[in-house]
Design a protein around this ligand. Structure first.
Ligand code: FMN
Length: 249
């Protein structure tokens, strides 16, 4: 079984590749929405696949782990695969600590570099570059798949970057200050399709009078609403108008 979170499709692609269409792939945000939080798993392996945010883990995954009950066998092989735009630093440590509190030991940690979606800071790379990055990611995913099938253990993370502990220690605490929704706004081109409301893992968006309204002060800041809006009508801050949009194809 694979638990995943994905805003823009990278981690979903990774989860699907690893599952080979055989293992069950479960969305943690849907599980939270549907209050489906009890799992008794007899599988030989379970995986957690998710994007790195602020060199840590997304809030929705944190909430899922804190609020769920996951029963596994003592000898179940547990792994994490993080997708990132550049480096993960020590993000896995946060996941490992949370799972340890639940009595679940993580056996192996992997990472895959994919297209970076954090548009408040970076522009989305052009399509040629996206293809190059994601072709390389597919090669990494095949190696990860092999390592998982052999139940390799320990840190198999090739994208930790420099000074991982320090980077996570100083960056991740800022995530909570970056999760405010006040910088989101919608332009006239919005057609009120409701996709943003449906996909928001924080249930922070409501369509009111045909337009999205951010009804919560904070969200995951996953930017799924912005990237997936069919009219590119959702903006965040000053830069997003010219920073491009991305969804894994
Ligand atoms: C809020 C936010 C924070 C991010 N922080 C990091 C980061 O700390 N390090 C990194 O390498 N990539 C970072 N990224 C890039 C994503 O981890 C990367 O693009 C990921 O593959 C997106 O996965 P998804 O398509 O499954 O949502 C960030 C993206 C977002 C939206």
């Amino acid at each position: 079984m694979i638990f995943y979170f994905s805003a823009t499709g990278n981690s979903l692609h990774a989860a699907k590749t690893l599952s080979d269409g055989i293992e069950k792939v479960i969305s943690v945000s849907d599980s939270i929405k549907n209050n489906n939080l009890k799992f008794t798993i007899n599988d030989e392996k379970i995986g957690f696949v998710f994007p790195v945010y602020f060199f840590g883990i997304p809030q929705v995954l944190l909430d899922f782990i804190n609020n769920s009950e996951i029963n596994i066998n003592n000898n179940t092989y547990v792994y994490a695969v993080m997708t990132c735009g550049a480096s993960t630093a020590n993000a896995d440590k946060i996941l490992k600590d949370l799972l340890t509190e639940k009595g679940i030991k993580v056996n192996a940690v992997f990472s895959v570099k994919m297209v970076d979606t954090y548009v408040p800071l970076f522009k989305i790379v052009d399509e040629e570059e996206q293809k190059k990055i994601n072709d390389e990611a597919d090669k990494e995913l095949q190696q990860i798949k092999k390592a998982i099938s052999e139940k390799k253990s320990g840190c198999q993370n090739n994208h930790r970057g420099h000074f991982p502990r320090t980077v996570t220690f100083f960056s991740y605490p800022f995530y909570k200050y970056r999760r405010f929704t006040k910088k989101f706004y919608v332009e006239e081109s919005c057609i009120g399709c409701g996709l943003c409301e449906n996909i928001c893992p924080s249930q922070a968006i409501k369509i009111e009078n045909g337009k999205p309204v951010w009804i919560k002060k904070q969200c995951n800041i996953c930017l799924g609403c912005l990237h997936r809006c069919p009219k590119e009508a959702i903006q965040y801050g000053k830069k997003s108008k010219t920073s491009g949009r991305y969804f894994y194809k």
